[in-house]
Design a protein around this ligand. Structure first.
Ligand code: PHE
Length: 452
């Protein structure tokens, strides 16, 4: 246990489950398939793989090192490593603000998911005709009452786990939920792959169409890689501060990255073949899982109803373990300011739910749909900021700090667990990656994406 509060994960397995729980979320199951579909399927996938394994994973290791080395929240960790340059704490602050914004929009989408789980369970979805799902979704998501009820409900579950503590709350829940999630997803994959016409969906997912991969698509791939691995905004610094002292940071990061990537691919395999087999539009955008999948489920009769329940349960559980990590980052920071953990979690929950409700009201034709910045509704603005723009900016600052301002000996000492783990040539490769490759790639993609 590395932190001052004595909180921490009890074992490497627990740490991997918790961090993978943070990584695997709406990003993998709701966002990845529709973005991948939009930017050319396999072509997007190739770029995405490079970003995940070269930049995302390097960032994850860096954040773990910063967190475990200092045992502090992101705001204090940076200045602790560079006491003569306290301004670095603003990088920690930028990350925490990003977490706050992500959590707000995350709660809205999690609320939708929970509602769809409920509607699958009670048979409401089964009673809707194929062409009625678009209307059903927009009416529901734009309404004032129901989405808010589910947002609050979801947040209560999240806060409850946080209040339970790091080991007894976060670790325990993640160890339980992650294996369930994998099983549910595999079940869905098998069903999807055995439908007539499934191969078309697989071809769509894996066949590269480079004509659709624009500059915007490359920036989206980078944003998605960072978002999906939960890196860039300090969440992994927080979880790093809870890592056991003898945990091998390199191995742990590889496990989490592989797990996160595999689950995104499995989600694609569960979704696209079914979408094609039922003659639906794979480029359904953010509404894909709420407007297109229910049609697919309904066309499968009673089995489809079971799959609908399973799918929305899966999505809710995945969202829960990610929301937990976001709320934990905010709670850890506030509770280090001498406010108790429970109180901190409550204060942060109340603050974030206000923004979430406003974002929900500004969605579609909602009662605050007139609330715009430029020509973007607040909801769309938050989605763009948190999905595409802020994670690369925060990630760039983190990696510059890590590669250029942190002492190399500290990094090696932490990665090698004070010399007990052999890292050999990896350190040369890794150092090159964090000093040159990752910052350059982040900078180029960010600038070109923003110009476009
Ligand atoms: N990685 C999560 C997902 O894929 C989202 C997330 C982003 C969680 C940033 C924590 C921090 O859904």
């Amino acid at each position: 246990m590395a932190t001052k509060s004595g909180e921490g994960f009890s074992s490497t397995f627990g740490a991997i489950m918790a961090a993978a729980g943070s990584a695997v979320g709406l990003g993998n199951i709701w966002r990845f398939p529709y973005i991948c579909g939009k930017y050319g399927g396999g072509a997007f996938l190739l770029v995405y793989i490079c970003f995940v394994f070269f930049i995302g994973m390097a960032l994850m290791m860096s954040e773990f090192v910063i967190g475990r080395r200092t045992g502090e929240d992101p705001m204090k960790a940076y200045p602790k490593l560079r006491p003569n340059k306290p301004a670095w704490r603003f990088v920690g602050l930028a990350g925490l603000l990003t977490c706050f914004l992500i959590l707000a929009i995350y709660l809205v989408i999690s609320g939708w998911t929970l509602n769809y789980f409920w509607e699958s369970l009670t048979g409401t979805l089964a009673g809707i005709s194929d062409d009625g799902f678009g209307k059903h979704f927009s009416e529901f998501a734009s309404s004032a009452g129901r989405p808010v009820v589910f947002v609050v409900l979801f947040l209560v579950f999240t806060a409850f786990v946080i209040i339970g503590g790091v080991e007894k709350g976060i670790e325990r829940v993640s160890k339980l939920l992650m294996p369930i999630l994998v099983v549910l997803l595999l079940v869905l994959c098998v069903r999807s792959l055995t439908l007539d016409g499934a191969s078309e969906g697989l071809a769509y997912l894996f066949h590269p169409d480079f004509s659709k991969l624009t500059g915007e698509g490359i920036l989206a791939a980078l944003g998605q890689a960072l978002f999906s691995l939960s890196v860039g905004m300090g969440v992994m610094i927080v979880y790093g501060s809870y890592l056991p002292v003898d945990d091998n940071i390199m191995k742990t990061s590889v496990w989490i990255t592989v797990c996160d990537f595999a689950i995104a691919i499995l989600a694609g395999i569960a979704i696209f073949p079914a979408v094609f087999a039922c003659g639906q539009d794979p480029t359904g955008g953010p509404g894909l899982v709420y407007q297109v999948l229910p049609v697919v489920f309904n066309s499968l009769g009673t089995v489809g109803r079971v799959f609908s329940v399973v799918f929305f349960l899966l999505l809710s559980l995945a969202a829960l373990t990610s929301a937990i990590s976001l709320l934990e980052a905010l709670t850890q920071w506030l509770s280090s300011e001498k406010i108790g953990r429970t109180m901190s979690a409550i204060v942060m929950s109340v603050a974030v739910v206000v923004l979430a409700v406003v974002a929900s009201f500004s969605f579609g034709d909602g009662i605050m749909s007139g609330l715009k910045v430029g020509n973007l509704q607040l909801f769309d603005l938050l989605d763009k900021l948190t999905g595409t723009i802020l994670p690369p900016i925060c990630a760039l600052m983190t990696i510059i700090f890590f590669g250029w301002f942190m002492k190399k000996d500290d990094i090696i000492d932490e990665l090698s667990n004070h010399g007990t783990v052999k890292i050999g040539y990896f350190k040369v490769f890794y150092y090159f990656l964090v000093r040159f490759v990752a910052p350059a790639a982040l900078l180029v993609v960010l600038i070109s994406g923003l110009i476009n």
